[in-house]
Structure formats: C-alpha cells, structure tokens
Design a protein around this ligand. Structure first.
Ligand SMILES: [Zn+2]
Length: 266
C-alpha cells in the first residue's frame, strides 16, 4: 500500500503525492470510501495516476465524479481514458465545456496552436452531466459547492470545500493568472469579477490548477486585480481590452493643427 500524503484533510494532490511534477494539479477529494478527481491532466499520465490511487487503497469502483475545471487540453485530454478505466464515475463540467469537449474544439481547448506548431490529439468527450453555479457535488458525506468563475475562459469552474477553494486557473501563488486570449474566450472584466469574489470570500486556502496550494492573501489578489484593470486599457491585450486611450488622445490631436504644421506656416 502507498502511504497517503494528504495536502489537507480529505484532499490529496497527485503531483504532491508522486513528489514530482507530472502536469496540472489533479486533486483527489474523498470521504469514507468514495472519491472524485478534479481534473485529470494529459492522457499519458492517466494510468500512472489511477495506479497510484489504487495503491493508496481507494476502491476504483467508488470514484463518483471526474470533474473538468474547464475544457483546456492540459486539464482534460486524459478524461476519456480515465472514464474508460473508471466506468462507475460521472464526467462533469460547465455547459460550455461540454460543448467544447463534445465538438473536440481544437482552438478553444488549446489542442491546436498553429502559429506555434502545437498540435496534440484530443478525443471527443461526452460529459455525463453539466454543473454550474450553485450546484453541489457530493462525495461520501462531503459537499463541494460549484462556483462559476469566468475570465480565463467562459467555462471555468471553482469548487469550495469548507475553507478550501479549488480555484482552477483563476490565480496562482505568484499572482499570475490563467492566460488571457481572445481565441480562448477570455474576458478581462469577468476575470476581475471572479477574482474579486475570491478576494471577498472567507475562503482561507487556494488550491490552484497549476503549482502549489497557498494561503489566500488579499494583497496578492488585489495586486492581480489592479494589474488586470490596467490590461483593460492596453493594446497589448488586443480585442480583450475594452478601450485604448491613446486612440482617443490621437483623435483629439488630429483635430488640431500639429506643431509641424504651425511651424511651417509661420
Ligand atoms: Zn490551465
């Protein structure tokens, strides 16, 4: 038997369990003999992860849910294989993730980034059930509250378990956020609203989808919110920005005589 390395009571993270970085965070939440997984990562690590779970003495038949925090390939490419290996479980995610996965949408899921030569296999995945804001996932006697936290992508979910928030790609320990990209359905205003919700909550710990878990620090959250506020007015973020004040300044200047014209006429 493999010794369970609990991150928090009822919570094991599989990279932490393996003591090495395998991919995105894969959280195992359990109560009594029931358990679920939040994200599964790439297909190539699925068998190893399930083997570790079996060696930790979790009955494979008691996996209740395979949860997709959102539809990005690095989080869910292995979902179909995991479902095949854990046929008693239900695959769940946001309605927009269900559509992206059913269509195997290669752009929205980042399976294909042609300009960077990135192209990976993505099987079509039919989620068994959609979940959204206010829903509850039950595992044993434990309840995970579903939060819809759009911004990084419109299908992004987070899950609250007592003092813990499985926070997806909303924010990482260094204050970075899940990437902002028009093709990914990112929305900076929604992102700010999601981060404000996390800041204003009485959650104590954030368990992100990449990197280590960390104590919620409102100053770090505020610095990130302030940064994203600036992004809304920067050309760097293209169509994800809401405006670009330089163009307004330019328009005002265009209606006036330029310094060069004034000099030429004098
Ligand atoms: Zn991610």
């Amino acid at each position: 038997m493999l010794q369970r390395r609990e991150l928090f009571p009822h919570v094991i993270e599989m990279n932490h369990q393996a003591r090495r970085r395998m991919g995105c965070c894969v959280y195992l939440v359990y109560d009594r003999d029931e358990w679920l997984l939040i994200d599964i990562g790439y297909e190539e690590t699925v068998r190893e992860i399930i083997d570790m779970i079996r060696k930790m003495d979790f009955p494979l038949s008691r996996c209740t849910h395979l949860v997709a925090t959102h539809a990005d390939a690095d989080h869910i490419q292995g979902l179909k294989l995991a479902k095949d290996l854990l046929p008693g479980s239900r695959t769940v995610g946001h309605p927009l993730a269900k559509t992206a996965l059913a269509e195997a949408d290669r752009i929205l899921t980042y399976a294909e980034i042609p300009a960077q030569g990135i192209s990976i296999d993505l099987p079509r995945i039919e989620l068994d059930q959609t979940i959204d804001e206010g829903d509850v996932l039950e595992v044993g006697g434990t309840r995970l509250e579903v939060w819809h936290t759009p911004g990084h992508t419109q299908s992004q979910l987070a899950f609250r378990l007592g003092d813990l928030l499985f926070s997806g790609d909303n924010i990482f320990r260094d204050g970075c956020v899940g990437n902002i990209d028009a093709h990914h359905g990112s929305d900076i205003a929604d992102f700010i609203t999601s981060l404000e919700r996390i800041r204003d909550s009485d959650v104590k710990w954030l368990l992100p989808s990449h990197g280590p878990a960390f104590a919620k620090d409102d100053r770090v959250l505020q610095a990130t919110i302030d940064r994203l506020e600036k992004y809304q007015h920067m050309a760097d973020f293209g169509t994800c920005a809401v405006d670009w004040p330089l163009l307004d300044e330019w328009e005002a200047e265009l209606s006036q005589r330029s310094p060069a014209e004034t000099a030429a006429r004098s």
